[in-house]
Design a protein around this ligand. Structure first.
Ligand code: P6P
Length: 322
């Protein structure tokens, strides 16, 4: 099986960008080990702190964030980083070519139940027209991403990565410590009979979303004329991985659950990297009205509605009106 670096070189990925990806993956191997140790590594449970999102930070959230922050900020190729766990952008090496944003541990509410969790990351070219630590470094549309990926800490540790070409799957070889190519091109079938949404939010959705989901649960006697299945992991990284592996549609649509908050998922380090991975696997990724990758960010921790996966099913969502 091919190792990661030769496949990136074959894709003509610049060496400095390969080094940034390798740096992220070095931290992922430490996180993978700590996760696999569970209670034995003393990292289960919650800290006493909250992050900017107002979420209680898990010990492993803090550890994962610190690992990624330390290793990236010492890389000669990283000018700045942004993280779900950091209020502001943190400057790295002056004039370095790249900036990195990440969710260090997506789905951390699954840590204590041994559920799926993961690290989501995205890499852009650094901007020379604003200071290194300016949030405007990340005021770039998702189409400007140079690389996007996630590491899924599950029964095996998986890397799903795109550098502009196909979305590729790698598996961490725990014996030798390398990520080996195990699926050359992931592809999402345009049609599906499986959806992922948190149904407990139903009363908070708009009428169009309610109409669309009602059609799915109406099954073979409903307007869609077929039976649908539902899954919900509570971790975007796990739900989107299932969509990439066996098809489906993932939805975290706009809702009125939290006043002033249109929806839950963050554009920079959740929606955009996942949208790039899904589109490069033949799927679609929208907010409802807009293509996610076309959005010009207005705030570092901006939240957007997310509907992504099987292209024809995303079209069905967009076209369904109450
Ligand atoms: P809910 C995890 O906290 C997360 O940000 C995503 O990974 C996941 O899809 C979503 O929130 C789950 O949200 O409201 O179902 O707990």
């Amino acid at each position: 099986m091919k190792r990661l670096i030769p496949t990136l070189r074959a894709d003509n990925v610049p060496l400095e960008l390969i080094m940034v990806i390798r740096t992220i993956l070095a931290a992922s191997k430490e996180i993978s080990f700590r996760v696999s140790q569970g209670a034995l590594s003393g990292i289960l449970g919650s800290s006493l702190d909250e992050n900017i999102q107002g979420e209680t930070q898990k010990k492993l959230d803090i550890l994962s964030n610190q690992l990624l922050k330390d290793i990236l900020l010492s890389s000669p190729d990283v000018r700045a980083i942004a993280s779900e766990e950091e209020d502001d952008v943190v400057a790295g090496i002056e004039d370095a070519p790249y900036i990195v944003a990440f969710d260090p541990l997506d789905g951390s509410s699954n840590i204590d139940i041994n559920g799926q969790i993961g690290t989501i990351f995205t890499i852009y070219a650094a901007r020379d027209d604003v200071p290194a630590d300016s949030p405007l470094q990340f005021a770039q549309p998702g189409t400007a991403q140079l690389a996007a990926g996630y590491v899924l800490y599950g029964p095996s540790t998986l890397l799903v990565l795109t550098t502009g070409g196909p979305t590729r799957l790698y598996t961490l070889d725990q014996t030798h410590g390398g990520y080996l190519l195990t699926q050359d091109e992931m592809e999402i079938e345009p049609d599906t009979a499986e959806f992922a949404i948190n149904m407990s939010n139903q009363r908070f959705w708009n009428q169009d979303t309610q109409a669309y989901i009602n059609q799915l649960i109406a099954g073979e006697t409903g307007p869609r004329g077929k039976r649908f299945n539902m899954r919900w992991n509570g971790a975007m990284v796990g739900d989107v991985h299932r969509v990439l592996q066996r098809g489906g549609i993932f939805l975290y649509p706009s809702d009125t659950k939290n006043p002033g908050q249109p929806s839950k998922l963050r554009l920079l380090y959740e929606a955009n990297p996942m949208a790039m991975l899904v589109e490069n696997a033949g799927g679609k990724a929208v907010t409802g009205e807009d293509r996610i990758l076309d959005i010009m960010p207005s705030d570092l921790h901006q939240r957007v509605p997310v509907i992504m996966g099987a292209a024809n099913e995303v079209d069905e969502f967009v076209n369904t009106k109450a």
